[in-house]
Design a protein around this ligand. Structure first.
Ligand code: AMP
Ligand code: ZN
Length: 503
């Protein structure tokens, strides 16, 4: 029996608002689209949480044996300050402030995003399309919506007609909002608005004089609305109907609601059958966000250079910290929780090293009971992962196995009673869940995972600031040499910490 059959996947679908058994459109294959970053500033740790949640989903689908096409876009145009139809383009604004080309902004922060993904061991998607690379598809998409009567042109801009759409469809089906409530909560149109109804949203915006990023279209020079790119690119790479669409909870409305309306307005199909929304990383209960001043970057987290941080933490500590909670729950940042995660992660990873040192299993009188008890623990971890990707519960089972490994190490007689095939199966699964599904790798000299640390060091070099690490965060000799080469002095300090001062 395949893993897909043995551990049938079921998870919460934000569209139906219930847990459902997952049935892909094509057996054994999954098409998944996740909204990527708007590349106008450094990603903060909150963004990392969302991409990590979908990394786990991507990894687990592959672990079960699905062939996955994972599309995660880069928003490089159209996302306006304030997330609605007014205001400057976030990227153009940054370009203006820094007196550089918008595409330099895009390149800089796309590179930065990729560095961060690598440091946290978040796998790249199968396709990473950009909005500016898909203008033809977006214009064609708009034309079809206009032809179907759900959009109108006004003064060089095109708007989606929400009320008209709602006559035959249900605008609000994903977010659970009701159009009458939306009407009463919407501000009246100002004289500057071109749209006929405040509920409508832009599919295409006319470029006013001085607007930096614009393209020719049947409606004149302009640029696409923020929601449109995801409809156009998910359709192009995954089809009018596909399996999973994801993003952070804050994108449910208006972004994802608008996507569904655009899709149905264009092709009568709503896009994804299953919608998954990851919850927010918070600080003292408030959403981590750049604008709140509580959003530190991964660099700050690693170096400890932020007022909220007592010291730096390694990428795997952070990964482990995030995986200890379910993706759909909010997760509050705290130094205490990170320090506990650091210990927990180290303890779990230490079991890896112990496995190699264990005596052979099954050499004595086999205890069926103890053997199946061991197997049940790993089965439980997989059942939990198949139940809405519950990494928090799966980690609890992994700790149980880790404790068993310690017992077998200290008392080899215990291991002689475990059937050797069972033991091999459990250990292989244990290793695979940790490395392949949870994506955790040991961060020490003997682990051979220096590419992760290399990225970290690169950040330090870029920052040229003082960083404080716990001694647990061991650097390899090669990296120590690299640091010296670029003028970063390592000095030991009292109190169990090593600080790295950069000249
Ligand atoms: P943005 O670049 O602002 O479009 O955000 C990229 C992704 O990060 C989106 O899926 C957001 O939902 C997500 N995101 C933003 N802030 C947080 C947060 N505090 N916690 C978790 N995810 C977040
Ligand atoms: Zn999107």
């Amino acid at each position: 029996m395949s893993l897909i059959e043995q551990y049938p996947l079921h998870f919460y679908n934000s569209l139906s608002k219930q847990k459902e058994v997952f049935k892909p459109l094509v057996e054994g294959r999954v098409g998944m689209y996740v909204c990527g970053p708007t590349v106008y500033s450094d990603v903060h740790l909150g963004n990392v949480r969302t991409f990590l949640s979908f990394d786990i989903i991507f990894r687990y689908l592959k672990f079960l044996g699905y062939k996955v096409r994972y599309v995660r876009n880069i928003t490089d145009v159209g996302h306006l300050v304030g997330d609605a139809d007014e205001g400057e383009d976030k990227i153009a604004k940054k370009a203006r402030l820094e007196a550089i080309e918008p595409m330099e902004v895009v390149q800089k922060y796309t590179n930065g995003f990729h560095d961060v993904m690598q440091i946290f061991n978040i796998q790249p998607p199968s396709i990473e399309p950009t909005a500016t690379g898909h203008l033809i598809e977006q214009i064609e998409f708009i034309k079809k919506i206009i032809d179907n009567g759900f959009a109108y042109e006004k003064d060089g801009s095109v708007y989606f007609n929400v009320r008209k759409y709602n006559d035959t469809h249900q605008y609000g089906e994903l977010s659970g909002r009701n159009i009458d409530d939306m009407i009463s909560n919407t501000r009246a149109l100002t004289g500057q608005d071109q749209k006929s109804d405040p509920l409508d949203f832009a599919l295409w915006k006319k470029a006013e004089a001085g607007h930096l990023m614009h393209w020719p279209s049947p409606w004149g020079q302009g640029f696409p609305g923020w929601h449109l790119e995801c409809s156009a690119m998910s359709t192009k790479y995954l089809g009018e109907t596909f399996d999973i669409h994801g993003g952070g909870m804050d994108l449910k409305f208006p972004h994802h609601e608008a996507e569904i309306a655009q899709n149905k307005g264009c092709s009568h199909h709503g896009g994804a059958n299953y919608w998954i929304h990851g919850n927010m990383l918070t600080v003292n209960g408030r959403k981590m966000a750049k604008s709140e001043g509580n959003g530190f970057t991964p660099e700050e987290l690693i170096t400890g250079n932020h007022k909220l941080l007592e010291r730096g933490y390694s990428p795997m500590t952070v990964r482990f910290f995030m995986l200890q909670s379910h993706y759909a729950s909010t997760l509050d940042f705290s130094n205490e929780a990170l320090q506990a995660a650091e210990k927990g992660c180290k303890r779990l990873m230490a079991s890896f090293q112990l496995i190699e040192k264990l005596a052979p299993a099954g050499t004595g009188k086999i205890s069926e009971e103890k053997s199946s008890e061991l197997k049940n623990i790993v089965n439980q971890a997989l059942l939990d992962l198949s139940d809405d990707f519950n990494t928090a519960k799966a980690i609890a089972s992994l700790f149980e196995i880790s404790s068993k490994i310690n017992i077998y190490y200290q008392n080899p007689a215990e291991l002689t009673e475990i059937d050797s095939d069972t033991f091999e199966y459990v250990i292989n699964m244990f290793k695979s869940i940790i490395a392949d599904v949870l994506g955790l790798v040991a961060e020490n000299e003997s682990s051979g995972n220096n590419h992760l640390l290399d990225g970290t060091v690169q950040l330090l070099i870029n920052l040229r600031k003082e960083a404080k690490f716990s001694k647990n965060y061991a650097l390899s000799d090669k990296i120590r040499d690299d640091l010296k080469t670029v003028g970063i002095q390592l000095k030991d300090e009292k109190g169990g910490e090593t600080s790295y001062t950069i000249d």
